[in-house]
Design a protein around this ligand. Structure first.
Ligand SMILES: Cc1cc2nc3c(=O)[nH]c(=O)nc-3n(C[C@H](O)[C@H](O)[C@H](O)COP(=O)(O)O)c2cc1C
Length: 229
């Protein structure tokens, strides 16, 4: 069936996008207003967009026409935020932080979560989250009533038991980074960070559906020389 996005209402376009572009990772954003009051909320219009510089992007809408959601208003005002990732065990608390509380309500406290000081930015990170990325605002791309927030990651916290090779990150010791492809010269080892153990969740279609990341399969990329052989 063809859906002509140039003629159907915006609400229907939105539903078609969120019902098909799935699963989406969730950025559990902590920001602060000008007075330093914490704000936390989840956003699934989220992904990583570049490695050098390390950039993440989040699409944050408006509460009502002309009024940006608190997270976007805070980021615009202070230029800083923290992206925490959401594991299965934090799903319900994440959901509490999505309640449209009045501005100035600290959702970290409302959800019974623990705020830990960040090292490079003012907003704290969520202690219960397995991964937290401290970010500096690069740019906000205005998209109608939404804004695409592009942030440069300046520090990342990963829970100790998830780091299998703390000095190595994604490559073999002493080697330089190479693309995640199979074949001669490849040093990429995805198990230096124990991603499956994080049990991150993804946002699915409407009505509160989520995906677990515990049903995985592996398919290495193919190098062009191997393909030719
Ligand atoms: C899993 C999940 C994903 C969400 N993703 C988005 C999103 O990508 N963009 C958005 O504007 N709102 C999204 N929301 C809704 C916001 O979390 C919600 O409007 C929140 O109250 C905004 O808080 P704030 O005004 O403190 O920023 C999502 C909610 C949930 C539960």
């Amino acid at each position: 069936m063809l859906f002509d996005f140039t003629t159907i209402p915006a609400r229907e376009c939105y539903k078609l996008l969120v019902s098909t572009v799935t699963p989406r990772p969730i950025a559990w954003i902590v920001s602060q207003d000008a007075k330093g009051v914490n704000n936390a909320a989840p956003f699934s219009f989220f992904n990583a967009f570049a490695g050098d510089p390390p950039v993440v992007g989040i699409g944050i809408g408006s509460r009502r026409p002309g009024q940006a959601k608190d997270s976007r208003a805070n980021i615009q005002e202070t230029g800083q935020f923290v992206v925490n990732l959401v594991s299965e065990e934090n799903a319900e608390k994440m959901n509490i932080t999505s309640i449209e509380f009045d501005s100035g309500v600290d959702e970290i406290a409302e959800a019974g979560l623990t705020a830990l000081p960040s090292v490079r930015v003012k907003p704290p990170r969520i202690a219960e989250s397995p991964v937290a990325m401290e970010c500096e605002l690069m740019q906000i791309v205005e998209l109608g009533e939404s804004g695409l927030v592009l942030g440069r990651v300046v520090a990342m916290h990963v829970r100790d038991d998830l780091v299998l090779g703390a000095s190595k990150h994604y490559t073999g010791a002493g080697s330089t980074w190479s693309p995640p492809e199979t074949g001669a010269g490849s040093t990429w080892s995805p198990l230096e960070i124990d991603t499956p153990k994080m049990k991150l969740i993804g946002r699915m279609h409407g009505s509160g559906w989520y995906a677990r990341t515990s049903f995985l399969f592996q398919m290495p990329r193919i190098r062009v020389d191997a393909r030719k052989k």
